[in-house]
Design a protein around this ligand. Structure first.
Ligand SMILES: NC(=O)C1=CN([C@@H]2O[C@H](COP(=O)(O)OP(=O)(O)OC[C@H]3O[C@@H](n4cnc5c(N)ncnc54)[C@H](OP(=O)(O)O)[C@@H]3O)[C@@H](O)[C@H]2O)[C@@H](O)CC1
Ligand SMILES: Nc1ncnc2c1ncn2[C@@H]1O[C@H](COP(=O)(O)OP(=O)(O)O)[C@@H](O)[C@H]1O
Ligand SMILES: [K+]
Length: 499
């Protein structure tokens, strides 16, 4: 697992490494060296300004300054605050810097090729105002390339939000593990390229910290991924049901159903109003279609226990009918995915949705930001949570279900607080119907009895990879097809031998 550490967890990692016998100053020396290495690799960085803040982030900058000067670069150190106010390791790093120290407040950038931003990192405690904010804004306006130490100063490592001001970096050097703010927008965009430097903190400190947030990649869910078994058959791979709207909106369900099938469900049946039957029957030979007039009829169809997962929402139309369809799908034998109109049907009444989902074997909801805001309207403890990560976690706890909060930085969270953050979705994935395919991927993986949090995270990653595979210009119809080469790479990496 590729853990992401929030500032509290990172502080604990530091503390445990120090307890284990590594001096804090040694960690700082290594951090500063990694920053110096990154600066030295930039093209022609002969004149480097290093802006140092009042804490250990500034200490890293002072170490980098000393090393770069030793390597022959022309280095200027500019400090925010008084030199004799530095304490601890940062004060020790300052004693080792024998060159002049300018004021960050009055620094000018005409004769500077490269800036190292070491003002604030993990210790950012409030919004930047006054002098610190003006310093960051002038640095941002200088037009010079900036290497950020740990985080662009002003970016909150836990939330990915800018607190007052932050300057765009070309590169960010962080330590041990990345932080959620490196992946959550706008943080991800502000960081530029992120390098993770090994400063000697042993990975074993993570055993005690037990981080709950990870990068969404196969390391987060690969061990739960269900590979086709040699002795399997189509029913053992699960039967997914996708509820469809009428003939005019049947495309959404079709996209989802193709997604479920490509994701590996053994069978996929579209349950549709009779007027849409001809559309579905003619569309895709491997899909089955069954006419279902209302929720009661859907319930009777689902008396067949081989239906292992159901998706309700895409193209369905919002209202009591969609609520009833979802209720008909949610049973102890079956996992459900609630998307789109199924979510909008519960606008402002997340408790009612939670009650329905609680009857399912496993439940995943896949809102985009608009659907999320509608569903939790009036619930400030969810909508007002400090970050996208915190909102998804709060929503998962509220619903007792896995929440996929979509976007460029899709967060998947489960009620216990475990979460993944995606970083592989290309911007051209924002196209009509892409969300329907994603819901279908989730449903297809749930049908194969993959646990909901792993299924949802895997689906989001696969969706991003499929989009990359399809490339710019993709339309949603391309996504299910593009899953094949992604699987062709993924399966062997998970130990599948082809049998
Ligand atoms: N720990 C370790 O072993 C290692 C840590 N490492 C490095 O340490 C960094 C974390 O260091 P840190 O904890 O000292 O916090 P840091 O980011 O320097 O900021 C704290 C200072 O800023 C101030 N301040 C805060 N907000 C402010 C605001 N809005 N406006 C104005 N001032 C504000 C705050 O003042 P106060 O809130 O007390 O008034 C305090 O003086 C981490 O990012 C990494 O780079 C590496 O060397 C590896 C080993
Ligand atoms: N800027 C973006 N970069 C990458 N992926 C995005 C971006 N915006 C949206 N997406 C993804 O595109 C999909 C759109 O889903 P959704 O909004 O439900 O659209 P639709 O209802 O048309 O299917 C989601 O998977 C979302 O995560
Ligand atoms: K910084």
């Amino acid at each position: 697992m590729n853990a992401l550490l929030d500032p509290r967890e990172m502080a604990e990692a530091d503390a445990r490494a120090i307890e284990g016998g590594i001096a804090g100053l040694t960690l700082m020396e290594r951090a500063g060296t990694a920053v110096a290495d990154a600066a030295a690799r930039r093209p022609y960085p002969t004149r480097i300004a290093i802006l140092c803040g009042p804490g250990n982030n500034g200490g890293d900058g002072l170490v980098a300054a000393r090393i770069l000067a030793q390597r022959g670069f022309r280095v200027r150190v500019a400090l925010l605050g008084a030199r004799d106010a530095l304490i601890g390791d940062a004060a020790a790093a300052a004693r080792r810097w024998t060159g002049p120290v300018e004021s960050a407040e009055t620094l000018t950038y005409e004769t500077v090729d490269l800036i190292v931003d070491a003002l604030f990192g993990a210790g950012l405690a409030r919004d930047l105002e006054g002098v610190p904010r003006a310093v960051v804004e002038r640095m941002a306006a200088s037009g010079r390339p900036i290497i950020a130490v740990d985080l662009p100063s002003g970016l909150d490592g836990a939330t990915g939000k800018v607190r007052g001001a932050a300057a765009q970096a070309v590169e960010t050097v962080t330590f041990f593990r990345r932080k959620p703010g490196h992946l959550l927008l706008p943080g991800r965009a502000l960081c530029g390229r992120v390098r993770v430097a090994d400063i000697g903190i042993p990975a074993s400190v993570l055993d005690a910290i037990a981080p709950t947030c990870a990068v969404n990649d196969p390391g987060a869910w690969g061990s739960a991924f269900v590979l086709p078994a040699a002795a399997g058959h189509k029913y053992s791979r699960g039967h997914a049901l996708v509820a469809s709207g009428g003939a005019w909106t049947a495309g959404a369900a079709r996209l989802a159903a193709r997604g479920a099938l490509r994701a590996g469900a053994g069978l996929v049946t579209i349950a549709c109003p009779p007027d849409a039957l001809a559309v579905h029957a003619a569309s895709y030979a491997a899909l089955m279609a069954r006419p279902v007039g209302d929720a009661a009829e859907l319930g009777r169809l689902l008396e067949d226990p081989r239906f292992t997962a159901a998706l309700v929402g895409p193209g369905l139309g919002a209202g009591p009918q969609a609520q009833a369809m979802l209720a008909a799908c949610a049973g102890p034998e079956r996992s459900v995915v609630a998307d789109a109109d199924a979510l909008t049907s519960f606008a402002g009444d997340a408790a009612a949705l939670a009650a329905v989902l609680s009857r399912a074997r496993g439940a995943v909801v896949t809102p985009h930001e608009g659907e999320f805001a509608r569903l939790f309207a009036g619930d400030d403890s969810v909508l007002g949570a400090p970050s996208k990560l915190a909102r998804a976690r709060a929503a998962a706890a509220r619903l007792g279900a896995v929440v996929v909060l979509k976007g460029a930085d899709t967060v998947v969270a489960e009620p216990g607080g475990h979460a993944t953050i995606a970083e592989n979705a290309p911007a051209f994935l924002a196209t009509a119907g892409a969300g329907d395919v994603l819901a279908g991927f989730v449903c297809g993986l749930l049908a194969q009895a993959m646990p909901p949090f792993a299924a949802a995270s895997a689906a989001v990653w696969l969706h991003g990879e499929a989009a990359r595979e399809a490339g710019p210009g993709l339309i949603a119809d391309d996504l299910p097809e593009a899953l094949r080469p992604v699987y062709a790479r993924l399966f062997p990496s998970l130990g599948w031998t082809g049998a």
